[in-house]
Design a protein around this ligand. Structure first.
Ligand SMILES: Cc1cc2nc3c(=O)[nH]c(=O)nc-3n(C[C@H](O)[C@H](O)[C@H](O)COP(=O)(O)OP(=O)(O)OC[C@H]3O[C@@H](n4cnc5c(N)ncnc54)[C@H](O)[C@@H]3O)c2cc1C
Length: 376
């Protein structure tokens, strides 16, 4: 995106990528259909040490601008839940569109070119696997270290550090939770594959979407979302009955249907095997008329706020994105240029702006790239 915009301004642009093909993360995104943006992009959909930093770029190049670019290329999209947009022609069509525009404006693409080191005097001098390159302006768009098997690294923050910019350490985000083997045995054994609609809260943030029980712990969109806010040692709270006040519901049932057991009535609302496991491990299961008001209040509070403590996350190996990155204090929110080193720009995931699940990370990549492209 940055290369296209700079090319449109008649800048001479060389786009380096160490991968065999450009746009690898676009290609594998959204199950091959790329969730390329979201209808409802707001600054609240992003985490950053400075929550205001992303506002300027997102408003100057919005989701509507990217949708417009897609439309002009004849690409269409499908809207899924929470305003997520997926490309009907597939992720490769987006890559082809972007590379097509690069070609039109004279951007040269050099792939399988690994940037090894950089020095700076009156210009930037790059030592690469394909020889030495010099340039007046350097845009670092090397992403974050999530999914290292794709060759992802923290090169962006290494470069930032070299030029005196501060950074927020990268950490895995949008990533499944894992649990100790004892916890897995006690709670999730045999439940792998069960999925349900829940609300999950942690550190005063909550999301409501599907949760999936896996053989390693918990996953699904709601877990990926909350994982971005979770820190080691934190407890998460899962509301397995997000539509209702569980205590009120059980008190009412006790008055009308007194002989049903808790696990039986609970199975009408959540998957049966999970209802049985919750009753077996924590709630007990007697006919409802045997529970006192106090018992029911306690059960209700567990169902609306089941507290569990993940032992960790699956880490960078499976994280969809890396939170943290180049500290935005050192960058202009208008141009993405370093305040200290003129000509040095950082865009995309390598900057400390991390989106929620749902197309926000690509939108940040498009918006920040577009902004830098106006000034580079
Ligand atoms: C499995 C998966 C699915 C995803 N799905 C979505 C989705 O549906 N929607 C969404 O919004 N986000 C999604 N994301 C996140 C999104 O892909 C990233 O946030 C986005 O690609 C970041 O763009 P970027 O240009 O900053 O970095 P990247 O896309 O990571 O690009 C960085 C580029 O830098 C190159 N590079 C790195 N080091 C060097 C070096 N030393 N020399 C030369 N080149 C180098 C890499 O080869 C790469 O091409 C997904 C991520 C993953 C891993």
């Amino acid at each position: 995106m940055c290369a296209i915009e700079a090319g449109l301004r008649n800048r001479r642009v060389l786009l380096l990528d160490k991968a065999k093909k450009a746009g690898s993360k676009i290609r594998i995104s959204g199950g091959g259909k790329s969730n390329f943006t979201n209808l409802y992009v707001t600054p609240e959909n992003f985490l950053s040490n400075n929550p205001h930093f992303c506002k300027s770029a997102l408003s100057r190049y919005s989701q509507w601008d990217f949708m417009n670019l897609m439309s002009q290329a004849g690409l269409t999209w499908e809207e899924r839940s929470h305003g997520q947009l997926f490309c009907e022609q597939g992720a490769q069509a987006i890559i082809d569109m972007l590379l097509g525009h690069c070609h039109e404006v004279g951007v040269k693409l050099l792939i399988q070119c690994d940037v090894l080191s950089i020095t700076h005097a009156d210009a930037f001098f790059l030592n690469t696997s394909k020889g030495k390159i010099s340039c007046d302006s350097l845009v670092v768009a090397t992403g974050g270290p999530s999914i290292p098997r794709m060759g992802s690294t923290d090169l962006g923050v290494q470069i930032a550090r070299q030029f005196g910019l501060a950074n927020i350490p990268f950490r895995p985000a949008l990533v499944p939770f894992i649990f100790s083997s004892d916890f897995l045995k006690q709670w999730f054994q045999d439940l792998s594959g069960i999925s349900l609609d829940v609300r999950v809260s942690c550190n005063e943030v909550s999301f409501r979407e599907q949760m999936l029980i896996t053989h390693r712990g918990l996953s699904g969109p709601v877990i990926l979302q909350i994982s971005s806010y979770w820190e080691k040692g934190d407890v998460i709270e899962i509301d397995v009955l997000p539509e209702i006040d569980a205590a009120d519901w059980l008190l009412e049932l006790r008055n009308t249907n007194t002989r049903s057991e808790l696990k039986t009535v609970l199975s009408e609302k959540i998957p049966k095997r999970l209802a049985q496991r919750l009753c077996h491990n924590q709630l007990g299961s007697q006919p409802l008329n045997r529970y006192s008001n106090q018992d029911i209040m306690k059960i209700g509070s567990i169902l609306n706020g089941w507290k569990i403590k993940p032992s960790g996350t699956e880490g960078m190996r499976t994280a969809e994105v890396s939170a943290g990155g180049v500290n935005t204090d050192g960058l202009s929110s208008k141009t993405m240029q370093s305040k200290q080193v003129p000509g040095l720009f950082f865009i995309g995931e390598t900057v400390d702006v991390t989106g929620h699940l749902g197309g926000f990370n690509f939108q940040w990549a498009w918006s920040s790239g577009w902004c830098a492209g106006q000034y580079v």
